[in-house]
Design a binder for this molecule. Sequence first.
Ligand code: AMP
Ligand code: TRP
Length: 330
Amino acid sequence: MVKRVFSGVQPSGVLTIGNYLGAIRNFVKLQHEADCIFCVVDLHALTVPQDPKELHDATLDVARLFVACGIDPERATIFVQSHVAAHAELSWLLECNSYFGELRRMTQFKDKSAKNEVVTAGLFTYPVLMAADILLYQTDQVPVGEDQKQHLELARDIAIRVNSRFGQTFKVPEPYIPPRSAGGRIMSLVNPEEKMSKSSDDPKSYIALLDPPDVVRKKIRSAVTDSGREVKYDEVNKAAISNLLVIYSLCSGQPIEEIEKKYGDSGYGQFKKDLAEIIIETLEPIQKRFEELCKPGVIEEILQRGRDRVEALAAPTLEDFRRKLGLVQR
Ligand code: AMP
Ligand code: TRP
């Protein structure tokens, strides 16, 4: 049996090179070996205040970027979370099998609720909706960045709990998380202690997938570096340079050791100059394809087909769980 892979990306703001290197790049690889479903999780984006027009446009743009990054809609399925009502429905059913205490321990909730003035109930139950996304499709594997590890563990705990209470209902999903040196956690360009995030107020902290070449050059030029002048991978003592090395290595396909040798202790200047050009080369084909996908109707048609396929996949699992819970058949 081919494996089922599921992952989601929020349409909140722009996508960054962190999203690409930590997650989407692996989606592209996995589509050749598994039955892949990739979702634009618009309901998750609603957990914090959104401008309606921006949310609408960002949802279509994330789907376009999936395709522009190399996901082939003939091979993998792409759809919008809110188009399939089963996600919200299963989320409620799972909420009633999740505990306040376990949700309160989620570090992303703690961080986001400390930062945001508005703390919605949705922000609190967000990881249960994510569990619903995954469990609805009997998913084997979930490719995500390191920041989603705790949420995935919760999804597994919920699946195991439901299975032991009601009998085999959901497959228990496995995480697929790259190590840091392979992009699992790309850090901010202004503060290497924080992950690169599209929701940052400082655009200099991230490279967006649609940043034009000049903007990439400027951002890399102003990226913080560490003391000394040696280009060397050392997460503890040289966090900033290590992060730039990971980006360089993943974008160029060259192993980190080779890049270290190439620049040695000749200083950071040339290294950063070359890095900017390598990022620009990586983004160029993505940006070109993105533009073609902006023609009216193109992405909408792909999303419609995706929705039709996943609705049929989701129905039996949801019906089975409803029946096990004692809900009267509809
Ligand atoms: P999000 O933008 O939060 O919906 O994240 C989409 C995917 O990108 C998830 O799998 C995240 O784990 C991953 N991701 C987001 N930011 C980073 C980062 N800085 N480094 C690595 N992966 C990331
Ligand atoms: N919470 C994830 C993030 O912010 C997005 C997400 C929602 C997701 N549902 C998912 C990821 C299901 C993997 C599987 O990155």
